[in-house]
Design a protein around this ligand. Structure first.
Ligand code: NAG
Ligand code: NAG
Length: 524
């Protein structure tokens, strides 16, 4: 027998490997449904019923593999004894709010009210979920009040990552992967950014199956709270874990403006921010009883400040005052390149005194470095604010004064101040320049800059149609063009008018409504 040519041999080996892999895949598909059913066999609630039926074999396989990736070989701990003792302490951030954490002594916790507390449940992943949680808590602080102390509920801020545990560690590990991914994608751009976009956008039924399965492992983080408490969750995993643990009054604040399965939760009331999300979820098959339109997630200070602040902004334009732009960076710190270029492009307007910049680097050392490089590189003078006292004092002065320097850089080592600074500064700024994140719906004129995940595109669209923001600005020269329009046309006045009018019909009242609905359901 003649020996095979080397290329033919190589081809033969390659073909055998491919056939082998294909056979393994076919075999895995055969056993996938039983792997999947054993995985979900002890679940508290059926995701398959919620999404309209069991998965196909390939979906079952995908869910099983992703779940192994998330939790390894661990079994979910669901017995009543599987829980961590918790304690509460007064928040030094929001007066009146209590914060839960693990109690090593295990004395247990009690509310000082006869009614169970309103729990605002969240996970500190990026800034978004936390920001919305603080917004919800700001409305919860006077919850149920009337003048009757007996009927006054406490508000407890329950962050899963604040409960020092193996479960919290599992969440942190996943988050790290996500942050690294989105930073890399935005820096590489092109096909990588596209691929990342498609990953974060593929919010199909499997994404909910996998999210819920992961949440079953989080039950111990919530099991020790009073099950009669109303829970307002600002991360779908918290809502999933609450439902799995047996809470009956769970409200899930749906993020963004793009209907994806993993942001809604079976067994919870899912509140959405806008009408297109409402009908998109209905169309997907989310039952009407589990869905309601609430409005946008905005902190109380900002909503209540709308009439005065809008009038103040218009007056500034009439007086020809410099245009104040806040530029925050998200928790994942993923937009360095675009923002640094944009700051450089604003240098001319800043030096002419037409524009003032409030740069919030948050608690990201690498963003601080990047801002400093852009400022120094363009010869821009700046002041620095580094703590809560500093930013509160700055805000107070900015109502009537102009800043000493045309650029102020806010940079922190502390997480809460980093998140809160953007909220604090909105009422003394003219424009917020941010990616279309949860900030896209804030009641301040917005320059919406380049998105990180594709799902964010729909938030920019919403802001633009509400009249309080631009469409997504993907190139730096276009951002400069918009700033020139803000300076030279009545665009900001038109946006101000939209904000005032939107507020009259309650479009920014999402968190206020969430608290009201939670309390109404608690009475039943
Ligand atoms: C800052 O703005 C003022 C006008 O508000 C302008 O006169 C001044 O030149 C600017 N300073 C610098 C250093 O850019
Ligand atoms: C902002 O818009 C509102 C709503 O149209 C308007 O009543 C108000 O006068 C505007 N503010 C100023 C200072 O013009």
């Amino acid at each position: 027998m003649a020996a095979l040519e080397p290329w033919a041999l190589a081809l033969l080996i390659l073909a055998s490997i491919l056939i082998g892999l294909y056979l393994i895949y076919r075999i895995l598909l055969l056993i996938a449904p039983s792997l999947y059913s054993s995985m979900i066999s002890s679940n508290s609630i059926s995701v398959d019923n919620f999404v309209g039926g069991p998965p196909s074999p390939s979906s079952a396989l995908k869910c099983w593999v992703l779940n192994r990736f998330n939790v390894g070989g661990r079994q979910a701990k669901k017995q009543p004894g599987d829980s961590y003792s918790l304690k509460v302490s007064d928040s030094d951030k929001l007066p009146g709010m209590k914060i839960t954490c693990r109690d090593e002594n295990g004395d247990g916790i009690a509310s000082s009210s006869s009614l169970p507390p309103v729990i605002v449940g969240t996970i500190r992943m990026g800034f978004g979920h936390h920001r919305i949680a603080y917004a919800a808590a700001s409305w919860g602080l006077n919850a149920g009040n009337d003048n009757d102390n007996e009927k006054r509920r406490e508000t407890w801020f329950h962050d899963f990552l604040n409960i020092d545990s193996e479960e919290a560690q599992m969440i942190k590990d996943t988050d790290k992967l996500y942050s690294r991914g989105s930073r890399l994608a935005s820096e590489l751009g092109g096909p990588v950014e596209k691929f990342w976009g498609s990953l974060t956008k593929s919010g199909d039924e499997d994404s909910l199956r996998v999210t819920y399965q992961f949440s079953e492992h989080m039950i111990p983080l919530i099991n020790n709270l009073d099950k009669n408490s109303p829970i307002i969750a600002t991360h779908s995993m918290v809502a999933c874990a609450a439902v799995a643990a047996g809470f009956k009054n769970v409200i899930n604040l749906v993020i963004d403006n793009h209907a994806q399965w993993f942001v809604v939760v079976p067994g919870a009331l899912n509140l959405v921010q806008g009408p297109s999300n409402y009908h998109s979820f209905l169309k997907m098959g989310v039952p009407e009883d589990f869905l309601a339109l609430a409005g946008h997630w905005i902190p109380r200070d900002l909503v209540e400040g709308i009439p005065d602040t809008c009038a103040w902004r218009i007056q500034r334009r009439k007086d020809g005052k410099p245009l104040r732009i806040i530029i925050p960076v998200g928790g994942a710190g993923a937009q360095r390149k675009f923002i640094v270029e944009m700051v450089g492009a604003f240098a001319g307007l800043v030096k002419e005194g037409k524009v003032q910049l409030f740069l919030n680097a948050g608690d990201h050392e690498h963003m601080k470095e990047a801002f400093l490089e852009a400022l120094n590189g363009n010869g821009m003078e700046y002041d620095t604010v580094t703590d809560m006292e500093g930013v509160m004092d700055f805000k107070k002065r900015m109502v009537t004064e102009e800043p000493a320097k045309n650029v102020t850089l806010f940079t922190y080592t502390e997480y809460f101040t980093a998140v809160a600074t953007t909220d604090i500064l909105c009422n003394v700024a003219d424009v917020l320049a941010c990616k279309p994140s949860e900030l896209a719906f804030y009641p301040i004129p917005k320059l919406m800059i380049r998105r990180v995940g594709d799902h964010e595109a729909y938030s920019a669209l919403r802001a633009s149609e509400l009249g309080d923001g631009t469409l997504e600005v993907r190139e730096v020269p276009l951002a400069v063009r918009y700033v020139e329009l803000f300076l030279s046309t009545n665009l900001l006045e038109v946006m101000n008018t939209s904000i005032v009018n939107n507020n009259k019909i309650g479009l920014y009242d999402g968190c206020k409504n969430a608290v009201r609905i939670a309390l109404e359901r608690a009475k039943k």
